[in-house]
Design a protein around this ligand. Structure first.
Ligand SMILES: Cc1cc2nc3c(=O)[nH]c(=O)nc-3n(C[C@H](O)[C@H](O)[C@H](O)COP(=O)(O)O)c2cc1C
Length: 164
């Protein structure tokens, strides 16, 4: 494995990439930095934030690098997100892929993303017959949260070690 490459919008995926870097001694580059520092076809672990089920930057990274392990970072509770769903939605073939819970920071979202998420939060607030889970999630979104933990990287570390 040559390096870790990530795409992060508000910082949670970057945080995971840096934690993974400390655990593996591999350098973590943003996709932009990687272009200048990594050779084409380098073997990488790729981490990208999830937008509407899609792992950001994955297509670009696939064109340039040899991706060995993938992590998608989202705000959903891991109980509700399956790795299989991510694999299917992103049309991933034969690359171990896992979901990681990141967090949410409305104040860091600008432009169209901020607009979309404020609209989503509004509609959640206006929704009747909310389940306990809906109410809890709405609170989390409006306050913001950070679930990035080193412990969550265990499966990713297992996949990397398996390849070495
Ligand atoms: C426009 C938009 C769409 C999103 N769609 C999803 C989604 O489909 N599933 C999910 O779990 N999280 C979704 N999220 C939440 C982000 O993936 C989550 O906040 C993640 O931790 C962001 O990582 P980052 O800080 O590295 O950008 C979405 C966020 C935005 C702004």
């Amino acid at each position: 494995m040559d390096a870790i490459v990530y795409v992060s919008n508000t910082g949670f995926t970057e945080k995971y990439a840096k934690l993974l870097s400390m655990e593996t001694n591999l350098t973590a580059y943003s996709l932009k930095e990687a272009k200048k520092n990594l050779k084409r076809k380098s073997e990488i672990v790729f981490l990208g934030w999830i937008m509407g089920g899609k792992i950001s930057g994955l297509k670009k990274a696939k064109r340039r690098y040899n991706i060995k392990v993938i992590a998608g970072v989202g705000f959903d509770n891991p109980k509700n997100e399956s790795d299989e769903y991510l694999i299917k939605k992103n049309k991933i073939k034969n690359i171990p892929t896992h979901y990681l819970q990141g967090g949410f920071a409305m104040e860091k979202l600008s432009g169209v993303y901020g607009f979309m998420m404020r609209a989503m939060l509004k509609s959640l607030q206006m929704q009747s017959n909310k389940t306990k889970e809906d109410v809890a999630f709405q609170k989390l979104l409006s306050r913001g949260f950070d679930r990035v933990r080193k412990e969550n990287l265990q499966l990713i570390l297992y996949e990397i070690n398996k390849l070495n």
